[in-house]
Design a protein around this ligand. Structure first.
Ligand code: GCB
Length: 596
């Protein structure tokens, strides 16, 4: 288990959280000399300024800087609050991509592998009362076959290192989410977990609160009007809520759960009482059958890269509501926590995905995945043990961070791994087992399968509670020849019906690259009309199979990728543009999803 708390920072009378976002100092370190020259102690010798949160690649105008691969550093200062004496202080990063070491006044206070989950540093013993305190962060964005996600580093003829991702999104690096200075008393709440049981019209909220002391814990649940509806004492227990308002899809109701530790700590968070079941090949949320409609998304936007921004997230939710979506997958990594808080409020469902993408040796992974043409022996070799260790760590951190969000109804353990490998089952079985063990809500587990992971050869789908398929018939396969695309698609579906009956299936990817300015009659690839024809064909196939219970189109919006002959300014499969304006097919999906 992770030795620290991943609780989202909040402020109340017992604890405080202050954002340290803004312009920080920044310096590339292509020769990795910073550590030897003790930049961590003395600060950055020749820095420029850089926005936090943000991705450095998206702001520079020079190729070398955009594509920079290697070590880079950030630096800022902070002061402790005036009432800091006898308290604990932490610095909490929402994420640092792809790995980091954090130094406070020259002392190493945290080290983290993986770029999409929080990094927490206890600075109590090293931060000075009279400040300023120097905070220096060493970051590295090199991909390898043990990192989550996977990739490689290449060297150009001039000796410049560049990342070669085994995945199809730009490997943005930097401090992508808010950085907080968190202060608590010595005795404090470390974690809480809730689980639900319905009892007629009433609900039982089972809870656990973890603290680092012995002071009695009391908990209270308030309804949306702020009225206390249930109370209990003890670190574990059950709250009975009479005539409970359930959290339902696109009809959310949130209660506030507050844990109090005597006079020393208090932590409040919104929770939603809901159940998740798979029954009769269907999803049931709070007892209601739900068909999933929506997208695979990315954290991606002009200028921001993967930097979190409330206005962008708000716009995305407005677009999701307009198109009558009810669900998205956090392809291909856990997103900033604010995404989940907003989904909780708006009643959206989330399939939360661990950053296990690129587990297949390919520089055009999307092509190999789309055509089913690959086998690279990925799950064999010396890297596998370390890769699995990082995978397990990411699963643990993701579940620890996101388990209490009502919006999270399923966990995705990977995207398009080489599951046809004879070694894939042994690799994945412990990862699925760990996820099952950690989630007391027993949410369903899945993984997204690429084309070659067919029903006759995929080694991993028997581990899944429902199956996610990424399919590109009509794009990578039989592009431009829709009747052949449809015929081959139907053949595959009939095989799934035979091989894995009794399990729900959803489509987590299907789409065509589409240029908003291109119209063609008759329809041809890349045009608005072709995207429409493709969507219509897929809808027809989905509607034939009652065990297909969801459609998450690829992608919500156009997004940045590496360069390539198949990427025109990035991946253009967005139903919305990168600026979040609808393409023609958005209107078609909107019409279908209004009544679906
Ligand atoms: C896939 C990948 C996704 C790509 C997509 C595409 O199979 O999962 O990351 O972006 O295909 O557009 O090719």
């Amino acid at each position: 288990m992770i030795p620290y708390s991943l609780l989202y920072p909040i402020t109340n009378t017992k604890r405080s959280a202050v954002r340290l976002d803004g312009l920080w100092r920044f310096q590339f370190d292509p020769e990795s000399k910073g550590m030897g020259e003790k930049w961590q102690e003395h600060g950055l010798p020749d820095s420029i300024s850089m926005a936090v949160p943000g991705s450095f690649s998206e702001v520079f105008t020079e190729t070398e800087k955009r594509d920079y691969c290697g070590d880079f550093w950030y630096e800022t200062e902070f002061y402790l609050p005036s009432d800091h004496a006898g308290k604990k202080q932490y610095i909490r990063f929402g994420s640092v991509t792809n790995r980091c070491r954090v130094y406070c006044n020259g002392v190493l206070v945290a080290e983290h592998e993986g770029g999409f989950l929080p990094v927490v540093a206890d600075v109590t013993d090293v931060a000075a009362a009279d400040g300023p305190n120097r905070l220096v962060v060493w970051v590295n964005n090199e991909l390898n076959e043990t990192s989550m996600p996977c990739g490689a580093v290449k060297t150009t003829r001039t000796g410049r290192k560049i990342n070669a991702p085994y995945f199809d999104f730009f490997n943005f690096g930097g401090i992508h989410r808010s950085v907080w200075l968190v202060q608590t008393n010595l005795e404090a709440i470390q974690d809480y977990t809730v689980d639900y049981e319905l009892d007629g019209e009433d609900a039982l909220v089972h809870y656990q609160v973890v603290t680092n002391g012995e002071t009695t814990v009391s908990v209270a649940l308030r309804d949306a009007k702020g009225q206390i509806v249930a109370q209990a004492e003890g670190k574990e227990g059950t709250l009975k809520v009479e005539k409970a308002h359930l959290w339902k899809v696109r009809n959310a109701y949130l209660y506030t759960f507050t844990a109090t530790v005597g006079t020393v700590d208090e932590y409040s968070a919104k929770i939603g009482i809901r159940t998740v079941e798979i029954k009769d090949n269907q999803f049931w949320i709070s007892g209601e059958k739900v068909y999933l409609k929506g997208f695979g998304k990315h954290e991606d936007c002009d200028m921001l890269g993967k930097g979190f921004n409330y206005a962008v997230a708000k716009r995305d939710y407005e677009c999701l509501k307009w198109i009558h979506a009810n669900c998205f997958r956090t392809s291909h990594y856990p997103y900033a926590e604010e995404w989940y808080q907003m989904a909780d409020e708006e009643g959206f469902l989330i399939i939360d995905e661990v950053p296990a993408v690129g587990l297949m040796r390919s520089f055009t992974n999307y092509l190999a995945a789309g055509t089913g043409s690959s086998y690279t022996g990925f799950f064999r070799g010396d890297h596998v043990e370390k890769l699995q260790k990082h995978h397990l760590q990411a699963v643990e951190e993701m579940i620890l961070r996101d388990k209490n969000h009502p919006s999270v109804f399923a966990w995705s353990i990977f995207n398009e791994a080489e599951t046809t490998s004879p070694f894939a089952h042994d690799y994945f079985a412990p990862v699925f087992a760990r996820a099952r063990e950690l989630d007391i809500q027993h949410r369903p587990l899945t993984g997204a399968l690429e084309k070659s992971s067919g029903p006759d050869c995929c080694q991993v789908y028997p581990l899944m509670d429902f199956v996610c398929l990424n399919r590109y018939y009509g794009w990578y396969i039989h592009g431009g020849v829709m009747e052949d695309a449809e015929a081959e698609f139907l053949e595959e579906m009939d095989q799934w019906a035979i091989h894995y009956p009794g399990h729900p299936f959803i489509f987590t990817e299907y789409g065509t690259d589409t240029l908003p300015e291109m119209h063609r009659l008759p329809a041809s690839m890349w045009s608005q009309e072709y995207q429409d024809e493709y969507m219509e064909m897929y809808a027809k196939v989905f509607d034939r199979y009652p065990w297909v219970v969801g459609e998450l189109a690829w992608n919500f919006a156009d997004f940045q990728t590496g360069q390539g002959i198949m990427r025109v300014g990035g991946n253009r499969k967005g139903v919305f543009t990168r600026e979040r304006q609808p393409k023609q097919t958005a209107h078609l999906l909107r019409k279908r999803w209004e009544t679906k």
